[in-house]
Design a protein around this ligand. Structure first.
Ligand code: NAP
Length: 288
């Protein structure tokens, strides 16, 4: 890929900051412009060598950029689009990293009045429970997947350029339909976050919580690590991906109720079958 001349990252946090770091390390970009709400955060990003320059005026920040990456929480994408509409360079590519895709596509169509051929929605399947530019690191996307959900309107050259960008950041890039993405991610990412948040919240409200958490072992820590994730980000995901997530939550509630009944009834066969199926799936099927 010929290096990006001017990459504008709106939202220089964990994901935006890590992308900037990775592309810098790969010498795939000349200048990185950061944009966000808080000067102090952006100034820190300059000190850390993540970005070269910044503006809190998003319309100014995108000026002259050949690639604009929106990396803010989902609910903030709409106001960001409003601020940059009509301010992008004619050939500028617009992409995002949002954890749900239909809502972003709808926002772009609403705000721009059409779906630009240079808009390529994206979602890196990589992250940590930490937020902000301090948490960003260049290796975040190494050997991880990035899903692009190009649209009928998307132009091939823009798609290829976004794909090349993520490949240089270390990721394997795959394409998926928008709705399929939202459905799959509701199951594999959004549902587990709901379970972790609810489990920790439920136990934290017990009178015996101090003792419970004192004796929490490795399994509890592993399972609940993602409950430390940013509440704003996950609130936005719930709202944005409501229907697919509700679908998965209902299915899971049903299955949990089945297990509850099996335990209540002393139904060892049913309990064993559930655990054996789960162990088989976990051990063999898909996790690399
Ligand atoms: P983050 O670390 O909190 O970074 C978000 C950045 O957006 C911050 O630097 C913040 O800077 C800026 N921001 C927030 N609201 C804004 C607004 N209204 N206008 C302009 N800038 C704004 O969050 P993140 O984890 O990188 O997540 C960013 C996006 O990546 C989200 O859409 C999320 O769904 C997606 N994602 C996250 C993960 C993950 O595991 N974390 C994985 C894949 C995708 P200021 O406070 O200075 O404005």
């Amino acid at each position: 890929m010929t290096p990006l001349q001017r990459l504008c990252i709106i939202g220089v946090g964990l994901i935006g900051g890590s992308l900037a770091r990775a592309l810098r390390q790969a010498q795939a970009v000349d200048t990185v412009v950061g944009a966000g709400r808080h000067t102090a955060h952006l100034q820190r990003a300059v000190e850390l060598g993540v970005i070269d320059e910044f503006s809190t005026d998003l319309a100014v920040a995108v000026g002259g950029a050949d690639m604009v990456v929106i990396a803010v929480p989902l609910k903030a994408i709409r106001p960001v689009l409003t601020a940059i509409a009509g301010r992008l360079a004619p050939e500028a590519i617009l992409t995002d990293v949002g954890s749900a895709k239909q809502c972003v596509v709808d926002d772009v169509r609403d705000i721009f009045g059409y779906l630009p051929g240079t808009f390529i929605p994206g979602h890196p399947i990589a992250g940590t429970e930490c937020s902000g530019v301090e948490a960003s690191f260049a290796e975040l996307f190494q050997n991880r997947r990035v899903i692009l959900t190009p649209l009928l309107e998307s132009q091939a050259w823009a798609h290829a350029r976004v794909k090349a960008m993520w490949t240089l950041a270390g990721a394997e890039v795959i394409d998926m339909g928008v709705r399929h993405h939202d459905d799959v991610l509701a199951a594999t990412s959004h549902l587990p976050h709901m379970l972790a948040y609810t489990l920790v919240d439920s136990l934290a409200r017990l009178d015996s919580r101090a003792e419970i958490f004192r004796y929490a072992a490795g399994g509890f820590r592993d399972f609940t690590r993602i409950a430390s994730s940013d509440p704003t980000m996950w609130h936005d995901v719930c709202v944005a991906n409501r229907e697919p997530l509700l679908d998965k939550l209902r299915q899971f509630s049903h299955d949990l109720e089945q297990l509850t009944q099996a335990i209540e009834n002393g139904d060892s066969d049913s309990i064993m079958q559930t655990f054996q199926r789960a162990k088989h799936a976990r051990d063999n099927l898909y996790l690399d």
